[in-house]
Design a protein around this ligand. Structure first.
Ligand code: ZN
Length: 800
């Protein structure tokens, strides 16, 4: 067993190096956007009428009107479970497939021919192993459904709906004939649209009532795409593409699309795709829009002048794939480019780190992309965003997990006194505000400014400025000045948007997230944030990745046929045992668990926080795994100082209860490796119990001559920390201004201020755990004045 382990380790180190190489390669090639189309040779059919994505693979429905025979067409349904590499015929042979819909474990198929006296709609609830006839429907053209209603479009009788899983059907329109043929049908939870040869209808009550959309009449609309409040409607004729941004109330023509026919529409993440004729090249192709449907460009599919795109299908994988079925030509596929992260790397980590991953591991508060304007009074944070933080990964965290909302920078958890260094060279100046405390701002020559708050009075670079600093020059030490409850660095970046060399006119809209915006699924709300207030009209800034280090993340498609089912991110490994279906998994180094979510017994072990998520082929999160997932994490033994090694264990964050729960784990002390198996994926981190679990407490001794409660000479203040044999690395902080500013206690000191002083003090232990604040009221009367009239605590000393 031990031998196997060692071999495994060597193997993993190799993998680790390859991963690094790939990551670097990926960064450098990220700008390349060329999409190349490749014909899918393994499915010879040129009559695929419809493609449909399912969690387990891509379906292809074949329909050929003519003499049936030979291996193609089979006029039935195929599935590819491996990204279009191989295809399996799964039934409905010779029926001719007119449409397919996958919904919640069920495949619906509408068919054209009658076989053995059955026809109409079929369904399978076992991914095509068996098929049942759902309804002997009138000849059908389209099928779709939402959580409540199945919608069926027919050749001559308009739409039928069923709200009882197909047991009974309701005919929506009176009448029959060519004016009642359904060309387009698209359903979503909020709205469903359908089109006939001249009219377009919508329902917003799951098919109970339908109304006409007059602006779309007589345009030959035959395809729809519903994306939230945005709806596209495509014309099969020469009328082009139409868009509504208000759930179908008002419509306008998409001018950049031109007056071409639209052959199918599909969305993947934040890209829209449409089949369209290219006038210049005189052929049909697939066009893409990456700006919400405003501008469109050719992806380079080279279909002939007569062959249109009849269907689209997408597979969530790495890279994601787009499939297009072209009439008479077959299926083509292309990789969907990932959204480009804008880079302008020039920032080093602003402290001397041991592991570059400290940059993400030490984050205790993120830049809030939904509203990063803490303290901006002219435009308050919208109420519905005020309890949550949206970070650069698109993860919306609710307090208290990652606090706090409206933050315009990053809080890095660092020990009191840690040297802070210039992230990049530039002119450094001192700045002070009550909440910021001692602050250094550095104006960098490339038009960015970095800000470092809450620094100590001691060793601060300058109290004026500007002075030139080089990258890595010490500019101060982590302190407690300004509004802060514990030592940390508040770091933020501002962009000189108008390039005038002055950053004062870049508040508040110049704030940017140095981690950029890394979500493919949604667009950055801060970049698209418009508002007006008494100062004028404002728009947020595009966030750009500014660090010289890449935060570790890895995305990989796991295929049951592959030899390795493992994903390795530096010291973190996940092995999927005997995967059943192809899926894509994503591992990401993540911030340390919030300090208030664990207790005085447990300590987070550095560089072990990560998220692991898996997605099926439609991009949905896979909640649980039938076969176990083995997780292994290698820890730095130095991070285990003061930890009971028998207690070191993997934990996962329970998003429902908001607590960290232990996963049964093994700790191999020889390899410093934690192993655990899980059946669902989450946010993980390693914790261990502290050897000394008695909470720290601070005592105070005040000495001096007293008359009643009043000191008649400046009292001497001394603090003592209890419950620790060794007080090394334990800091005591005190404040004489009700917590506005904090001082580090070094030696006994006198208070000379006449009147009443509210002395607050607390200590922080070696693990960063802060004691509850103590409060001591001290009365000082040095001049022997009458003290009877003093009533108000905290007020300045007054006599009559
Ligand atoms: Zn902060």
């Amino acid at each position: 067993m031990i031998k196997n382990f060692k071999i495994h380790i060597i193997f993993r180190k190799t993998v680790f190096l390859i991963v690094i190489a790939l990551t670097i390669l990926k960064i450098t090639t990220q700008e390349v956007e060329a999409e190349t189309w490749e014909k899918v040779q393994t499915l010879g059919s040129t009559h695929i009428k419809v493609l449909e994505a399912t969690p387990e693979g891509l379906l292809a429905g074949e329909f050929f009107q003519g003499t049936v025979g030979g291996s193609y067409p089979l006029n039935g349904i195929y599935i590819s479970r491996d990204l279009g590499e191989t295809w399996e015929f799964i039934g409905l042979k010779n029926r001719g497939i007119t449409d397919l819909k996958y919904f919640n474990g069920i495949i619906y198929a509408t068919t054209y021919y009658t076989i053995n006296n059955t026809y109409g709609i079929f369904y399978s609830d076992d991914m095509g192993e068996t098929w049942q006839n759902l309804w002997l429907s009138p000849s059908s053209t389209k099928i779709d459904r939402d959580s409540n209603t199945i919608y069926l479009g027919t050749e001559h009788y308009g739409i039928y709906t069923s709200t009882d899983e197909g047991q009974t059907w309701n005919k929506v329109f009176e009448g029959s004939g060519i004016n009642f043929k359904i060309y387009g049908l698209q359903s979503s939870e909020n709205i469903t649209l359908a089109s006939t040869i001249s009219k377009v209808y919508k329902t917003t009550d799951k098919g109970s009532t339908w109304e006409e959309i007059y602006p779309l009449h007589n345009l030959g609309i035959n395809s729809f795409l519903i994306d939230g409040n945005t709806i596209f409607a495509g014309s099969s004729g020469t009328k082009g593409l139409y868009v509504s941004r208000d759930m179908g109330l008002t419509w306008e023509k998409v001018l950049d699309f031109g007056s071409y026919s639209v052959d199918k529409l599909i969305k993947f993440e934040n890209r829209y795709y449409a089949g369209r004729y290219d006038e210049e090249k005189q052929n049909y192709s697939v066009f893409v829009s990456t700006d919400g449907g405003i501008s469109w460009e050719n992806t380079g599919l080279n279909a002939s002048i007569i062959d249109k795109v009849v269907s689209f299908g997408t597979i969530y994988s790495e890279p994601p794939l787009l499939f297009s079925s072209v009439s008479n030509m077959g299926i083509f596929k292309t990789e969907i480019p990932r959204t480009n992260l804008a880079f302008n790397s020039f920032l080093n980590i602003p402290w001397n780190y041991k592991n570059a991953n400290e940059l993400i591991d030490n984050i205790t508060s993120f830049f809030d992309h939904s509203y990063p304007l803490l303290g901006y009074t002219y435009h308050p944070e919208p109420e519905n965003e005020s309890r949550s933080t949206l970070n650069f990964l698109g993860i919306k965290d609710v307090e208290p997990k990652i606090y706090y909302s409206s933050h315009g920078g990053y809080d890095f958890d660092l020990n009191f006194g840690t040297q802070i260094i210039a992230s990049s060279s530039g002119y450094a100046s001192y700045y002070y505000c009550k909440d910021c405390g001692n602050t250094i701002k550095i104006n960098h020559p490339n038009g960015y400014q970095t800000t470092y708050m809450h620094l100590q009075e001691d060793d601060i670079l300058t109290k004026a400025g500007p002075v030139w600093v080089e990258t890595g020059d010490v500019i101060g030490k982590v302190g407690l000045t300004g509004r802060t409850t514990g030592p940390h660095l508040h770091f933020e970046v501002t962009k000189d948007r108008n390039g005038n060399g002055n950053f004062n006119d870049d508040f508040p809209t110049g704030k940017i997230d140095p981690f950029g915006w890394q979500s493919n699924e949604k667009n950055d709300p801060w970049e698209n944030y418009f508002w007006e207030d008494t100062l004028g009209s404002h728009k947020g800034t595009e966030s750009v990745y500014l660090w010289n280090y890449i935060n570790g993340n890895l995305i990989r498609t796991i295929n049951p046929g592959d030899t390795s089912n493992e994903i390795v991110l530096e010291n973190k490994h996940a092995l999927f045992e005997s995967p059943i279906h192809l899926f894509t998994t994503k591992m990401l180094n993540y911030a340390k668990p919030a300090i208030n979510s664990y207790n005085q017994i447990l300590k987070y072990i550095e560089n072990t926080s990560f998220t692991l998520k898996s997605f099926n082929q439609t991009g949905e999160n896979i909640v649980s795994f039938i076969n176990p997932v083995l997780i292994e994490i290698f820890v730095d033994p130095e991070n285990l100082t003061g930890i009971n090694l028998n207690s070191v264990s993997l934990y996962f964050y329970n998003e429902v209860s908001n607590i960290w729960e232990e996963v049964p784990s093994l700790f191999n002390e020889e390899l410093n490796k934690i192993s655990a198996t899980v059946d669902h994926l989450s946010w993980f981190a390693v914790f261990g119990e502290k050897e000394n679990v008695i909470p720290i407490s601070t005592d105070i001794i005040i000495s001096g001559s007293q008359n009643d409660i009043w000191f008649t000479e400046p009292p001497l203040i001394e603090f003592f920390v209890n419950n620790r044999e060794n007080t090394h690395n334990i800091n005591t902080y005190y404040s004489v201004d009700n917590g506005d500013t904090w001082q580090l206690y070094e030696t006994p000191f006198y208070i000379n201020t006449e009147g009443i002083t509210n002395l607050i003090y607390k200590s922080q232990d070696y693990d960063g755990l802060m004691e509850q604040e103590h409060e001591q009221t001290i009365h000082i009367n040095l001049s022997g004045k009458t003290t009877g009239k003093i009533k108000v605590r905290d007020a300045a000393f007054q006599t009559e």
